[in-house]
Ligand binder design. Structure first.
Ligand code: NAP
Ligand code: G3H
Length: 489
């Protein structure tokens, strides 16, 4: 079923107006596996003219799509979820090869996405509008009633990152479609092959021609053109703060929804259950080598329990499996996405070493595979205290009070999530109320799911709110029709 999205030379095509089209100018970008440098496919580097065709198709198709019933859209999404599940092995294998995610996590990304799609259809089918009486406002009588329904925004540009190439593309496509929008998916270049497969799944499920289109090419080359295209009505972006900020500077009068970088803190108080805390920190900090927006990225621990916590984390790090998912099976620590990413992590490690950070575990590199690394006694002059590594390295900053933990946590430019570990509910709420983040987890690692919870970042971590119902609402707007009855008083 998936063969015709690529040719015999493994050159993938884009979905434009219901057709799978090759590069018109024969310009392709080769995609190599981070696991063994093998060539796994090529994607079209689309030209501006090709982008225009996709945008025009999306605009024309949306006029009809918005007239379909919510039930019809839901049926298509249910089919998409089923097809996605049927393709689990093929897609998970591709994902493992394309972004170096282990098979277990790749499979679970596919099944989580199928659940996400089904839940989105259910949620959209159960949303209702409202009617607002006019006479609750001073000076108005009961003859005025506002009937408020939701309308689609038009053409949604969905830009996804490399680290969840299926889930973070579908989490834009599914709610966008249910709201009645058409979608242009621009996947991360490393992750495009998965993104194109996902588009095929939606097409096979019955999404009409032009309602979902794909755009491939390097963000640095076509990104500005796409994001400033006059026919785009909404941009839903997940990726780095750097690119997100660029998009928000370049665009004008286009609403934006952005999930960006983070530096999530785990705050550990003296009364924390240290076993549970260490388990969560290790799972939260090192899974997929820390290449998750919500990874635990710093630990702020009260001095009296710091030694014990360090010992526990160190012991658990020893049990992590480090290797190559292609040859070593389900490993926790995988090679990073590319050499630039690995070089950056090593820079942070060297900086911490040179400024007196105490290396507790790891610190070494083999190619792009970096050992799970832990530093104790990290101080606020070290880059590791503030920068997002997107790699398997965790700094421990020892603190003397709750106040100091809150101050350091809030001094970050980021504000995605934080975790507080304590057995005292009053302390948990005291700290949670003061943290400048979208979500605070009490006694759990920072994490996105369940996917119907609101998910948002403040400060440099994002704009707007995701989460199934929130995403549908973000990609639609209220439309009010006011009934003015004859005044009978
Ligand atoms: P990235 O480099 O910012 O890329 C994200 C997407 O933006 C890719 O599709 C990329 O395409 C595209 N892009 C690049 N330049 C562009 C431009 N000028 N205009 C429009 N699009 C452009 O991020 P990444 O390396 O894929 O992902 C890692 C980052 O994402 C981390 O900072 C992480 O924290 C963040 N993230 C945040 C969340 C969240 O929910 N808050 C979730 C996941 C990831 P190319 O690949 O072609 O360059
Ligand atoms: O990378 C960002 C993802 O949205 C994080 O999801 O917390 O389930 O890993 P996760």
């Amino acid at each position: 079923m998936f063969e015709f999205i690529k040719d015999s030379k493994n050159r993938y095509k884009n979905l434009v107006d219901g057709e799978w089209v090759a590069s018109k100018e024969d310009t392709y970008i080769d995609i190599y596996s981070p696991l063994d440098e093998s060539l796994i496919g090529s994607i079209p580097a689309m030209t501006r003219e090709e982008v225009d065709l996709a945008v025009h198709a999306a605009k024309a198709a949306q006029r009809k799509w918005k007239l379909t019933t919510i039930d019809e859209r839901g049926e298509i999404l249910y089919r998409a979820a089923e097809i996605l599940l049927e393709q689990t092995e093929e897609l998970a294998t591709l994902m493992m090869r394309e972004i170096a995610k282990d098979m277990k996590s790749s499979r679970s990304e596919v099944s989580r996405t199928a659940d996400f799609i089904k839940f989105t259809a259910d949620t959209a089918k159960n949303l209702s509008g409202e009617s607002i009486p006019g006479d609750s406002f001073p000076g108005f009588k009961s003859n005025k009633i506002s009937i408020v329904r939701r309308e689609p925004l038009g053409v949604v540009l969905a830009i996804s990152p490399f680290n969840y190439p299926i889930n973070l593309a579908a989490s834009k496509i599914a709610p966008g479609l249910m709201a009645g929008n058409s979608i242009l998916l621009k996947p991360a270049t490393q992750g495009s092959l998965c993104g194109l497969y996902l588009a095929k799944v939606f097409e096979a499920a019955g999404v009409p021609a032009g309602v979902l289109n794909t755009i491939t090419g390097r963000g640095g080359e076509i990104g500005d053109y796409v994001t400033t295209h006059p026919e785009i009505n909404f941009i839903n972006f997940t990726g780095s703060t750097e690119v997100g900020a660029r998009i928000s500077k370049l665009t004008s009068m286009v609403p934006l929804l952005m999930e960006l970088g983070g530096k999530d803190a785990a705050i550990v108080l003296e009364d924390a259950d240290l076993e549970l805390t260490a388990n969560n920190i290790v799972a939260g900090g090192y899974s997929y080598s820390g290449q998750r927006c919500t990874a635990v990225k710093r630990i702020l621990v009260m001095e009296p329990v710091a030694n014990q916590l360090v010992e526990k984390i160190k012991e658990k790090i020893k049990k992590l499996k480090v290797g190559n998912p292609l040859t070593d099976g389900d490993v926790d620590i995988v090679p990073l996405i590319n050499t630039k990413a690995a070089d950056f992590v090593m820079e942070l490690i060297e900086d911490a070493k040179s400024k007196g950070g105490k290396l507790i575990a790891g610190g070494n590199r083999q190619g792009n595979l970096i050992e799970p690394t832990l530093f104790d006694h990290v101080t606020t002059d070290m880059r590791l205290a503030w920068e997002e590594p997107f790699g398997p390295v965790l700094p421990i900053i020892r603190v003397k009070s709750k106040q100091e933990a809150i101050e350091i946590a809030n001094s970050s430019v980021y504000g995605l999530q934080s975790a507080v570990f304590t057995q005292n509910i009053n302390d948990a709420f005291y700290i949670a109320d003061r943290l400048e983040v979208g979500t605070v987890q009490i006694n759990n690692k920072t994490e996105r799911g369940p996917d119907h919870f609101p998910f948002l970042g403040v400060k440099a971590s994002g704009l707007g709110t995701q989460g199934i119902r929130y995403s549908i609402e973000s990609m639609s707007r209220p439309k009010a029709t006011v009934i003015n009855l004859p005044d009978q008083t």
